[in-house]
Design a protein around this ligand. Structure first.
Ligand code: FES
Length: 124
């Protein structure tokens, strides 16, 4: 049986992309490659720091996730913990945990207002 191919993971908020095996967590794949993008906490499904929303693609659970951090309703809406889910296909993720706010700076998608253009203060 051929080894399963690694799957592409993309985080538009940071522009980061990496490849991850289906049998490793989204967070493990990122850490293995020394990449950044998803905030790292306990790596055991308990702190919620690595909460993400699956924007495109699908993930599969690799273990229980804390209901204190991802409700069943949120899970149905695509939220999960990156340390407890592996890719089922190529996926695009959005950081959604308590450290999500800094990732919004400079992150623009359709429907979100663009920041005002920078002003040139060096002209006299
Ligand atoms: S790193 Fe703590 S829940 Fe994922």
């Amino acid at each position: 049986m051929p080894a399963m191919d690694k799957l592409s993971i993309h985080l538009p908020q940071t522009g980061e992309s990496y490849f991850c095996s289906p049998d490793e967590s989204l967070l493990q794949g990122m850490l293995r490659l020394g990449r950044k993008g998803i905030p790292v906490g306990c790596t055991g499904g308990g702190c919620g720091v690595c909460k993400v929303r699956v924007v495109r693609g699908a993930v599969r659970p690799l273990g229980p996730i804390s209901r204190a951090h991802v409700s069943p309703e949120e899970e149905r809406d695509g939220y999960t913990l990156a340390c407890r889910a592996g890719p089922a296909c190529a996926v695009e993720l959005e950081v959604a945990g308590r450290f999500e706010k800094p990732f919004r700076n400079g992150y623009r998608t359709q429907g979100r207002p663009s920041p005002p253009p920078p002003t040139n203060t060096t002209e006299t």
